[in-house]
Design a protein around this ligand. Sequence first.
Ligand SMILES: [Zn+2]
Length: 215
Amino acid sequence: MTIGSKEGPPAPWPDIHKTVLSTLDALASSTGWIPTAATVGIEPVFERVLQQVCQPQGVTPEAYIDLITRDAGMRRDVQRRLARLMENPALVTMRREAQRREAEHQLHVLHYVLSGQQPPEWVLSTIDEEQQQQLQDAAESGEERDPVLLPRVQRALQKLATDPTKYGQCEDCGNAILLERLQLVPWAECCAACQRKREGVPDVEPEPQVAVTYF
Ligand SMILES: [Zn+2]
């Protein structure tokens, strides 16, 4: 195979793959990559690993990605390791804290929209002009006011203010609510499964797993 190597001997792909895997395994016992993964995701961490491994071999990370995109076994090897890294407890804690700060901000903004109040300067200064306009329009028209959502938003804000560790924890089963769910529904009181139970919806869909969607 000559992918990525313009001339000379073919790239030693099996060795490169093995080195990528062992480098990813080695990350599990270090911490330097965790802040990056917490703020921008695992992709840049993975890209750095690929550069480190591929450059000395005279191939490009893109050629390696290309190769494993077409090889399900190799792809699985990598995805499994990336998923394992994402489960690192320190990373999970950091992601939850970052999500909590983000949710608090979103909920404050939403609270002003739903209650039809004019947002204070500090809220407006954290969002872009378009969002500011939307927020002001909503406050003036009152269209966005939702009598069901407002108390939920207020409860979530209260939880964040009084006992932040409870935020993101399912009120029914006590499990952590998936970050993906909290990002979409920052006022969620329970996990998706318990929410379905509350609503009497049959539990057909499995809870989405934390997936690494690099490929
Ligand atoms: Zn639950």
